[in-house]
Design a protein around this ligand. Sequence first.
Ligand SMILES: C[S@@+](CC[C@H](N)C(=O)[O-])C[C@H]1O[C@@H](n2cnc3c(N)ncnc32)[C@H](O)[C@@H]1O
Length: 274
Amino acid sequence: MGSPKKKATGPTMAEQADRHALYQASVQNSEFEIDFMDTTFEELTGRKAVSMREDFCGTAISSVEWVKRRRGNTAISVDNDPEVLDWGRQHNLQPLSNDQRKRISLIEADVRDVKTDKVDMIQAYNFSYWFFQERKMLLEYFKSLRESLVDDGVLFLDIFGGSECYQTQKEKRKVDGFKYIWDQYEFNAITYELKCAIHFHFPDKSKMKNAFTYTWRVWGARELREILQDAGFSETIIYRQEFDDETDEALDEYVATEDAEDFACWLGYLVARP
Ligand SMILES: C[S@@+](CC[C@H](N)C(=O)[O-])C[C@H]1O[C@@H](n2cnc3c(N)ncnc32)[C@H](O)[C@@H]1O
């Protein structure tokens, strides 16, 4: 008799998974984001937007949604990581028609250095501008965004606030076929530096830990509005996510408001106009 056989096991679900595909499925809702930007831009300016720049674009899924939306739409997508841009090229741009693909320009660059043609709308999402921890650095970035917008252009930033930003915490959410875990694992109450990570857990109990990690400064809505003003934006509007009155569940509805009395957590868009 030989030694007892080890049960043959293949790769785990975590080993087989693609972190960018998981990210897109659990974090992003590009259709909703583009709906919001398209209607808000038209409400604010009285015309339809044509050109969009997507900063911190990652896989550029939002730019893809934008060029699919209308035939004339164009997108400039900026990220400084060649690996994620390549993934986007292969998985998101490749399936487009030639005409749609030609209307997207992927640029590998730091968003602080890039010089692009003026556009109608700029988006910087998933709180990525929170990478910039110094006021001066953020101000310079906002100034460059102001210069990259046409006269009636609109800047869209996402933002979250409330007491839960200023603490460590974990949030789990079920997504089709896996669990998404948002982990605020370190917070400095003096510097407001927040370290966060995204983990993915699978039904076979395997885990992809630290699929993405971020070190941010938690910026408050009020100070951001002041910095935007210093950068030359004349108007800022907060669109806060609404909650169901009865169940308290977050809805896919964002309203312009200044009201968030004693909220533990709110998500929204900070919209700025030149
Ligand atoms: C959290 S992802 C955001 C992806 C997508 N925009 C979203 O809303 O989910 C952040 C992206 O920003 C990129 N990034 C970080 N710092 C950058 C910088 N200074 N310039 C350009 N891209 C940067 C990273 O490579 C990464 O792809």
